[in-house]
Design a protein around this ligand. Sequence first.
Ligand code: ADE
Length: 275
Amino acid sequence: MRIDVVTIFPEYLAPLDLSLIGRARAAGILDVAVHDLRTWTTDRHRTVDDAPLGGGAGMVMRPEPWGAALDAVLAAGRERLGDPDAVPHLLVPSPAGTPLTQAGAEALAREPWLAFACGRYEGIDERVLEEAATRMPVTPLSLGDYVLGGGEVAVLVVVEAVARLLPGVVGNPHSLVEESHAPASGGLLEPPVYTRPASWRGREAPPVLLSGHHARVARWRRDEQLRRTAARRPDLLARLRPQDLDAADLAVLAQEGWSVRDGALVPASPAPVRH
Ligand code: ADE
């Protein structure tokens, strides 16, 4: 997979040399190019921003350097991929974007070429995205409902979430199968995990994990997933289909205050208000 990143802080992307992603690059699975937006400025001060039209706080990134940067990224990537018609999927990190999910990361992992446009300040002049969309798919992407200082950290997150799904990046592909948010976890969070020693600072690992009884271990893990999801992510539980749950699942969920009503899982109704 080819990845281009355009930013005014190329140094921010230094972690892409490390660990999992660094190894994937060395193995030729990932081809990452980080570009300094200021390369495509034309004035002495290498200006990339200006005041917002219509007024308001902060600064907006000017369209001219972005237009030239995307032209150059497109040309260099086509050359590199040996395909004069190739286009990247342009991802624009923004708190106003579509939220990234595991399913979204899986879809991105199937693409041959991603390009990231890192905004700073109040964002990038909207015409840059409009014009790019005449040439390539463009997706504004959010990490969540909070505001970062710029898109660089979001790029690190998205690249890590996507790269670890590429064949050959994670040593044991089974470790991808049952983690939280993977399709095989059935919409539940992962269970807690333990390793040796079995007793540590007076705390025992759950004895069932030492029993060697696979079916009981599987049931215990499933119960823990259900309990944890009920406590931490009730929004995920509410999306489960009751017909996908067995009697043991429903018994655990009942302990956590959940029941099936009108074909859906619902939390216990709050006690009626007395007047
Ligand atoms: N840039 C600023 N805030 C962001 C967020 N929440 N997600 C993605 N990019 C951002």
